[in-house]
Design a protein around this ligand. Structure first.
Ligand SMILES: [Zn+2]
Length: 276
């Protein structure tokens, strides 16, 4: 089985147990919208029984083109081996006009739901459903493993909610528009992004106006996703006195975020530390 990103791979391992072997294509430190189309991905996709993805077009940069050359019809979109974890997710930021014409990377709504731990249950269910479709004799095991994962997750979600209570109402900016789901969970008030639109590089003028807005509204928290350069975050921090939290939008980016729970935990701790 192939998962596009490390945190989906980890949940798939939890759900699949010893009946499956799961590898991730992207690394946790990469930008999901700019993962290179590595030739080494092609044989892996060719041999895969399933491809587990975020969906909503998140893997647009690498997955569709590689699937086209991988010659594995059973994992193409709509086929049983295509497990799209967004199937039960209601997308935020759904735009009126579905277009990538200006280079925007969220044409089907915001795909970064995996950063919000409340969505882990829907991800586990989508994966259990997909595995059961492909391997009916394992259905009972997948359902049991998914239930155990969701029970552990529910406990952690309550702990994270309590631990992060001081973040409620805090104003913050991020580099990319990838915090909408997590911000809703934590009660963070997102006040803008370094990118004027998702996937569009900032101009000096946009940065200047963001800094002015941050000063006017006393925004004291800058979220820098680890795959983006530190320059603009540092510049904004100097202009506004806001502190920087370095977080990841995929699992596996930091030594303590190799599994899904570690990924969420690292981000919340980094936000709390910077918001002190
Ligand atoms: Zn994005």
């Amino acid at each position: 089985m192939i998962a596009t990103i490390p945190d989906l791979a980890d949940i798939a391992r939890r759900v699949g147990g010893d009946r499956v072997k799961v590898e991730s294509l992207a690394k946790g430190t990469e930008d999901i919208h700019a993962v290179p189309q590595r030739p080494s991905f092609v044989p892996r996709l060719n041999r895969a029984d399933a491809v587990i993805s975020i969906g909503f077009g998140a893997e647009h940069a690498f997955l569709p083109a590689l699937l086209e050359v991988a010659q594995n019809p059973k994992v193409l979109p709509g086929q049983p081996g295509s497990i799209d974890c967004s199937e039960d997710i209601v997308p935020l930021d759904v735009a009126q006009n579905l277009s990538r014409s200006e280079g925007e990377v969220h044409p089907a709504g915001n795909p970064h739901y995996n950063v919000d731990p409340r969505k882990g249950a829907a991800i586990a269910d989508a994966i259990a459903g997909g595995f059961s479709r492909l391997d009916p004799p394992g259905a009972e095991a997948y359902a049991k493993n998914a239930a155990a994962f969701k029970a552990e997750l529910a406990g952690r979600v309550e702990l994270w909610r309590k631990e992060a209570a001081s973040l409620r109402g805090r104003k913050a900016v991020s580099y990319h528009r990838d915090m909408v789901y997590l911000a809703e969970f934590l009660g963070l008030a997102m006040s803008g992004e370094v990118e004027p639109k998702p996937g569009i590089a900032p101009t000096p003028r946009h940065l200047e106006s963001l800094a002015n807005r941050m000063n006017a509204h006393r925004v004291k928290l800058i979220i820098r996703e680890v795959h983006f350069s530190a320059d603009s975050a540092q510049w904004l921090s100097q202009k506004t006195g806001a502190r920087i939290a370095v977080i990841a939008v995929m699992g596996g980016a930091f030594p303590d975020s190799r599994d899904y729970f570690g990924f969420i935990d690292h981000n919340i701790k980094a936000l709390l530390e910077a918001a002190k």
